[in-house]
Write a new protein. Structure first.
Length: 99
C-alpha cells in the first residue's frame, strides 16, 4: 500500500464523536500490534479537520481488518462536512517519522 495521507473535515457537533472513534482504533491497534503498519492521526487547530498518516509495508492493510476501524468508517461520510480525500505519498525525506 505504501504511504498515504487522508484529510477530511467533520461537522462541528460530531468532532468529539470522531475523536472517540479514532481513540478506539488506536486502543485496538495497541492490543493487536499489527505488523507492517505505522499510523498517526492529527486534528488541526480548528478542531474539525483531521489528518491520518499511514505507512503500510504489508500486502493487505492490517488497519482495515480491525473492528474499531470498521466502526470508525461506518458512518464517517455522515459525520463529515468535507469527505475524506486520500493522497498517496512518495517520501522525499523524513526524520524518525515513519520508523
Amino acid at each position: 500500500m505504501g504511504k498515504v495521507i487522508v484529510r477530511y473535515k467533520v461537522k462541528a457537533d460530531r468532532a468529539e464523536e470522531n475523536i472517540g472513534f479514532v481513540k478506539a482504533v488506536y486502543a485496538e491497534l495497541a492490543e493487536k500490534k499489527p505488523e507492517g503498519l505505522r499510523y498517526a492521526t492529527f486534528v488541526a487547530e480548528d478542531g474539525v479537520t483531521f489528518f491520518h498518516f499511514a505507512s503500510v509495508d504489508a500486502e493487505d492493510n492490517p488497519l482495515a481488518k480491525t473492528d474499531a476501524f470498521k466502526a470508525f468508517q461506518k458512518d464517517l461520510k455522515e459525520r463529515c462536512e468535507e469527505p475524506p480525500a486520500p493522497v498517496k505519498l512518495s517520501e522525499v525525506a523524513s526524520f524518525n517519522f515513519f520508523g
